[in-house]
Design a protein around this ligand. Structure first.
Ligand SMILES: CC(C)(COP(=O)(O)OP(=O)(O)OC[C@H]1O[C@@H](n2cnc3c(N)ncnc32)[C@H](O)[C@@H]1OP(=O)(O)O)[C@@H](O)C(=O)NCCC(=O)NCCS
Length: 211
């Protein structure tokens, strides 16, 4: 298997954001939530928030998966990446800010709901938050996502802390396979912006094994 876990650094950020964008293209809600156009300012805002997290946020841990058989530099070899936050103390939860090109009202409805669920479900508990997980569409179904979930769970197990996440329909069955359980489901009505069905996100938790 040529897939290997490696440290994700600042030099990987532009490829990471490219993978993020491509991974969410097939999501049927992307056109309603992020209709664009995306001025450079919006891309810079997203990138700057990741730089800040990478440089300053002591709770954040990032990792990437590379395919060692792809010819080229580290940029081309990277096929997936993830970010977790290790909250040894209950986190200070703040609303996400959306840049130009986003449908701010729809985004605030959805992410506001997610923040309220998170606050209610784990806001007062130490936990590992699996915040980002994405695989380049060309490389999905090869096991990179599983490697990243297992990486996150090894940390939760070592720390003896539960792991929490908000699952998209794409990720839901994979998380169930890896031992996460549903604790709630957030359904958001985005029909006023043209969505044909409810937007669904599963709140999921995994508990460390007793040792
Ligand atoms: C969700 C996501 C990260 C999964 O990544 P991935 O790298 O495709 O994950 P894996 O390859 O480990 O597993 C995907 C599926 O392929 C299967 N699989 C894993 N290794 C495989 C292999 N070698 N050959 C064939 N299938 C394989 C898994 O069993 C899994 O099946 P399932 O969908 O029935 O659960 C990816 O689909 C993605 O980026 N989606 C868009 C962004 C998103 O929604 N992220 C999740 C946010 S919560």
């Amino acid at each position: 298997m040529p897939l290997e876990l490696r440290e994700f650094t600042l030099a990987d950020l532009s490829r990471g954001l490219e993978i993020e964008k491509l991974a969410y293209v097939p999501n049927p809600f992307t056109p309603f939530l992020f209709p664009g156009p995306f001025a450079e300012e919006a891309n810079n805002m997203r990138s700057e928030s990741f730089v800040k997290t990478l440089e300053e946020d002591k709770t954040a841990r990032h990792v990437k998966v590379i395919d060692t058989e792809i010819e080229g530099d580290g940029h081309e070899q990277m096929v997936a990446w993830a970010k977790v936050h290790v909250y040894k103390e209950p986190p200070e939860l703040t609303p996400r800010v959306f840049g130009p090109g986003s449908n701010i009202e729809a985004c605030e409805k959805l992410w506001g709901g997610l923040l309220a669920q998170r606050t209610r479900l784990v806001g007062d508990k130490p936990h590992v938050y699996l915040h980002m997980l994405q695989t380049h569409p060309t490389h999905q179904g090869r096991g990179a996502g599983t490697m990243l979930i297992q990486w996150a769970l090894r940390q939760a197990q070592e720390l003896g802390m539960p792991a929490y996440l908000e699952a998209s329909p794409d990720g839901h069955s994979l998380y169930l396979k890896n031992g996460f359980k549903d604790i709630d489901l957030l359904e958001t009505d985005l029909s006023q912006w043209g969505a044909k069905c409810m937007h669904k996100i599963w709140n999921m938790i995994w508990y460390p094994k007793e040792v």
